[in-house]
Ligand binder design. Structure first.
Ligand SMILES: Cc1cc2nc3c(=O)[nH]c(=O)nc-3n(C[C@H](O)[C@H](O)[C@H](O)COP(=O)(O)OP(=O)(O)OC[C@H]3O[C@@H](n4cnc5c(N)ncnc54)[C@H](O)[C@@H]3O)c2cc1C
Ligand SMILES: NC(=O)c1ccc[n+]([C@@H]2O[C@H](COP(=O)([O-])OP(=O)(O)OC[C@H]3O[C@@H](n4cnc5c(N)ncnc54)[C@H](O)[C@@H]3O)[C@@H](O)[C@H]2O)c1
Length: 481
């Protein structure tokens, strides 16, 4: 008996993954008149909505709000206690819906895309096979492009016993329903710092094990230094130069013991591993469609500014967001999605539908915002990166504490600002800010970097008195203007 022939459904664009990257791509491509199918095997909205950005910021915000009030004499007297854990967790759940994606699924459909539930895998050129949870399969053919938007997954370090003790990754750290009494965090990056801050504010005793000598080691040193000071001030133990070697959980008490390379043993209730993320490329069938391609690509896929995977002949495969390996930020996933949709629309002869902007004409400047206490934010190049890139660099630094608006904003305001300037062209290459409101203030720098605004022109952008934004005036004065 011959097998019945498989039905193949055809769309202009087939997207695998409905996180922020996949959602925006689908919306923009559909808006440009392309037919779009989006394959999702988890919740529409991706990690960002349910296990990353949104729940982490929801957990951090109550502690930040209280800290903000406590920093103002007259308000401080009315703050009588710490955040209330049950209410904080309930508020987080209102943002995440505990994984209920019905709202976002409805939005995607209303945007004009077809949502296909199941796991997607490349099945030859321009084809995607989708396997639903009940095992049923569908084949989708892409007339124009397949876009991978499958996100990333946590890297697991080589710690003996880790796979046997039910360790926390960021997913558990953002969705847990109870505050652990004692939390040990391995890592010194953004997830480690934000998660330590969040659970400490809810009452956990937290210790950070940092392998290196600095937090946020890719950033300007001032950021890591200010955050380390802040974490310590919150009562978090920050131990530098310590590597976790082994971990075990007591079968009776549930207590976790972490053995470190300095001969110590730390005991805790939960162990969070936050040592980075890698693009989720395994299981996508890349090895079947790209001759010689490995089954996974831990460093990401080679893509151009529109997300087109340059190693795939025919230009039909794209990768956007975390899976591209270009960044691990929601706003960059969405930026890449807009660029990708514009390119696909232009290829289809529909450039007018997406506006006159063409991808690749401007280098993106995307800020990163870290919601610790103090906050830290950066955009563009650090001094070190700018020098490595061959620029003639001059920097300007200023303590934001000395800005009148900052002193009015918070008693004892503490913050640092650093500007990295291309001394030849006199344009801003990068900026790093710490302190209250840094995550909001950074957008001014983002505009300056993306716009390549000359310092002499910035001089005429006059910040209001008495705002923290007067830091711009001070930085320019520190530069010599
Ligand atoms: C704790 C934490 C906090 C963060 N906070 C911030 C923040 O404040 N700001 C910020 O900008 N960034 C933050 N990030 C990073 C941000 O979450 C990611 O950059 C963003 O989610 C990437 O979006 P994406 O669309 O590429 O992937 P994802 O959001 O990961 O979405 C990918 C989707 O693809 C689906 N999928 C994967 N494989 C398949 C398959 N084979 N078939 C079908 N579906 C599949 C997944 O189920 C998922 O829904 C944070 C990350 C973490 C871990
Ligand atoms: N607010 C935000 O924008 C936000 C928040 C959370 C996460 N994110 C994104 O998620 C990504 C992942 O965050 P992350 O903190 O997991 O990664 P990260 O790359 O920011 O930091 C990883 C840390 O782990 C350390 N490390 C690496 N290998 C180790 C090992 N074997 N043992 C001990 N330490 C080790 C590194 O030195 C570094 O301190 C980030 O790149 C970030 O872009 C963003």
């Amino acid at each position: 008996m011959t097998e019945p022939e498989e039905t193949v459904e055809t769309y202009d664009v087939v997207v695998i993954g409905a996180g922020p990257g996949g959602e925006v791509l689908a919306d923009r491509a559909a808006h440009a008149g392309l037919s779009v199918a989006v394959v999702e095997d988890g919740a529409v909205g991706g990690a960002c909505s349910y296990t990353a950005c949104v729940p982490s910021k929801a957990l951090l915000r109550p502690g930040a709000a209280l800290a903000s009030a406590r920093a103002v004499d007259g308000a401080r007297q009315s703050v009588t206690g710490p955040p209330e854990p049950e209410a904080v967790l309930a508020r987080r759940d209102r943002f995440t819906g505990r994984g209920d994606d019905s709202g976002q699924a409805a939005w995607l459909t209303a945007a004009g895309a077809t949502l296909v539930r199941g796991r997607g895998r490349l099945d030859g050129e321009r084809r995607v096979r989708v396997t639903a949870t009940d095992g049923a399969t569908r084949v989708l053919r892409a007339g124009r492009a397949v876009v991978l938007a499958t996100g990333s997954e946590p890297v697991m370090p080589d710690i003996d016993g880790l796979d046997r003790i039910g360790v926390w990754t960021s997913e558990r750290a953002t969705t847990a329903d109870a505050v652990p009494d004692r939390l040990v965090v391995v890592g010194g990056g953004v997830v480690a710092c934000e998660t330590a801050t969040a659970w400490r504010s809810l009452g956990a005793e937290v210790t950070l094990l940092v392998r290196g000598r600095a937090l946020l080691s890719d950033w300007e040193p001032c950021a890591g230094e200010e955050i380390a000071r802040g974490l310590t001030g919150l009562g978090i133990g920050v131990r530098f130069g310590v590597t976790a070697l082994a971990a075990a959980r007591d079968a009776d008490t549930g207590e976790v013991s972490v053995t470190t390379d300095d001969g110590g043993v730390l005991r805790c209730d939960e162990l969070l591993v936050a040592v980075g993320r890698r693009p989720r490329t395994a299981g996508l069938g890349l090895e079947d469609v790209v001759p010689g391609h490995p089954a996974s690509a831990p460093a990401g896929l080679p893509v151009d500014d529109t997300g087109r995977v340059t190693s795939v002949p025919g230009g039909w495969l794209y990768a956007i967001g975390d899976v591209s390996g270009r960044s691990h930020l929601t706003h960059l996933a969405k930026y890449q999605a807009r660029a990708c949709a514009a390119a696909l629309a232009a290829d289809a002869g529909r450039p007018a539908a997406v506006g006159s902007w063409q991808p690749g004409t401007v280098r993106a400047a995307a800020a990163q915002a870290v919601f610790t206490l103090p906050e830290a934010a950066s955009v563009g190049l650090t001094e070190r990166a700018a020098r490595q890139a061959g620029f003639t660099v001059r920097t300007a630094e200023y303590r934001t504490d000395d800005v009148a608006g900052a002193a009015l904003h918070a008693d004892g305001y503490r913050g640092h600002a650093k500007l990295v300037v291309d001394a030849e062209r006199r344009v801003v290459l990068g900026c790093t800010l710490t302190g209250p409101m840094a995550t909001e203030l950074i957008h001014t720098a983002t505009v300056a970097v993306a716009g390549e605004v000359p310092l002499d022109r910035l001089w005429h952008a006059v910040p209001a008195f008495p705002t923290v934004s007067e830091i711009w005036l001070r930085l320019l004065e520190a530069y010599g203007l």
